[in-house]
Design a protein around this ligand. Structure first.
Ligand SMILES: O=C(CO)[C@H](O)[C@H](O)COP(=O)(O)O
Length: 223
């Protein structure tokens, strides 16, 4: 399966957002990761539709939109219209998760479900076949620059085993404290989409860091 690098714009310089988007456009990254936070589901507020539309004006790669919001059903069509390619909602924020997944697919977007560090992977069993992506949070959502939670590796292994039976093409995304030091472990545990914020945007050269992540991935695949 192809592995994807998704720089998280949460760690970009918002005063130079166009510059950072163009850096990602011309880098080896695969997707833009776009974190939407409402100050209710998570204790932080990031940005909403106007910023998302501005990102879409310049981005030449797919927008992977992670909704850290309550009542995501209310906004799915608007995020799709604003340019999302992947829409991921939180398991913990959805009362009728199967209906939400159908609503995302009805917009033509790929459908993802994210789980917080305390949420067992097994709770996704009955929707796994319907999903394009599962996002395993490796920090408590809300902020960039946090420390990776090691138990995430067990969760990734368990999810990979479950998916291999019912949905072998499932994209397994990991987000939080991801970087060059744990990439090999994450690949071995079964992850295929790697979200990185600080590891990329706080690096001396973000585009070089993206290349290093891609090169390490290629080396591990061929070894
Ligand atoms: O979803 C997020 C926070 O809720 C971010 O995408 C994530 O934390 C990335 O930041 P970093 O790589 O710096 O940990």
């Amino acid at each position: 399966m192809k592995h994807l690098i998704a720089p998280s714009l949460l760690s970009a310089d918002f005063a130079n957002l166009q510059r950072d988007i163009e850096m990602v456009n011309s880098s080896e990254a695969d997707w833009f990761h776009v974190d939407v936070m409402d100050g209710v589901f998570v204790p932080n507020i990031s940005f909403g539709f106007p910023v998302m539309e501005a990102i879409k004006r310049y981005a030449t790669k797919p927008l992977d939109v992670h909704l850290m919001i309550v009542n995501p059903d209310q906004y799915i069509e608007r995020f799709a219209a604003a340019g999302a390619s992947v829409i991921t909602v939180h398991y913990e924020a959805c009362t009728h998760l199967h209906r939400t997944i159908q609503a995302i697919h009805a917009t033509g977007c790929k459908a993802g479900v994210a789980i917080n560090p305390h949420t067992p992977v097994g709770l996704l069993k009955d929707v796994l076949a319907d999903l394009d992506l599962v996002l395993v949070m490796s920090v408590n959502p809300g902020f960039g620059g946090q420390k990776f939670i090691p138990n995430t590796l067990n969760k990734l292994r368990e999810l990979k085993a479950m998916a291999s039976v019912v949905n072998p093409d499932l994209l397994i995304e990991v987000d939080g404290g991801v970087g060059i030091k744990n990439l090999a472990d994450l690949i071995q545990a079964g992850a295929s989409v790697f979200v990185a914020g600080n590891a990329i945007f706080a690096a001396p050269s973000p585009s070089v860091m993206i290349s290093e992540l891609k090169q390490l991935d290629a080396q591990l695949k061929s070894s």
